[in-house]
Design a protein around this ligand. Structure first.
Ligand SMILES: [Zn+2]
Length: 201
């Protein structure tokens, strides 16, 4: 990976040193008991939450393609999603709903949540996450159409006390028949709504 500060001393510092320095700049004493191992934990946690950079979604999907004659809508809804917003590195989280209508090929069902995780475990904005999930499925199996809807709440909005009314956001991306046919789109949206108990995610 390219180092931005190639020529300054920062590049030579370990990740934990950088995080320890960050604690100092925030006004903390990194030597006090509760914080001694915090840089180590932060590093592990940040690496885990961004491990999607080391995973190739196309490879995952290619290993789980099956030929079928089925051509009804396949829907995987209420997939739990946790990601980090790229503007504040604060979590946004919620539910992802994915549907597609096959044209000769389907993806193993367990791979859809896996795909969501790969893209969610990168620094994201909700809109791009939505598009990436839809387009990766489109490219992998060339279905008649794909629809992705994400409902999420953003801690960068909620915790900072700004625009509380916008703390939850819904994004969608429709391709192929989901874009062209209102009936298909409506069927998808009705299936998502179906079974909701009134409380939003
Ligand atoms: Zn943010």
């Amino acid at each position: 990976m390219k180092k931005v500060y190639e020529h300054s001393g920062i590049a030579a510092a370990s990740t934990q040193d950088l995080l320890r320095e960050l604690l100092v700049r925030l006004g903390e004493d990194p030597e006090r008991d509760g914080l001694l191992r915090t840089p180590e934990r932060m590093q592990k946690s940040l690496e885990y939450l961004t491990k999607g950079y080391n995973e190739d979604p196309d490879v995952i999907l290619q290993r789980a393609l099956f030929n079928v004659t089925y051509d009804e809508m396949v829907i995987v809804k209420d997939i739990e999603m946790f990601s980090l917003c790229e503007h504040h590195l604060l979590p946004f989280f919620g539910k992802v709903h994915v549907a597609y209508i096959p044209k000769g090929k389907v993806v193993g069902l367990s791979k859809i949540p896996r795909l969501v995780d790969i893209f969610a475990r990168r620094l994201q904005v909700q809109e791009r996450l939505t598009v990436q999930i839809a387009e990766t499925i489109q490219n992998a199996i060339q279905p008649q159409g794909v629809g992705v809807v994400i409902e999420a709440r953003h801690l960068c909005v909620m915790m900072r006390g700004v625009e509380k009314q916008h703390s939850s956001a819904v994004t969608s991306h429709m391709l192929g028949s989901f874009r062209a046919s209102e009936k298909t789109r409506e069927e998808f949206l009705a299936l998502i709504r179906n079974g909701k108990n009134g409380s939003s995610f």
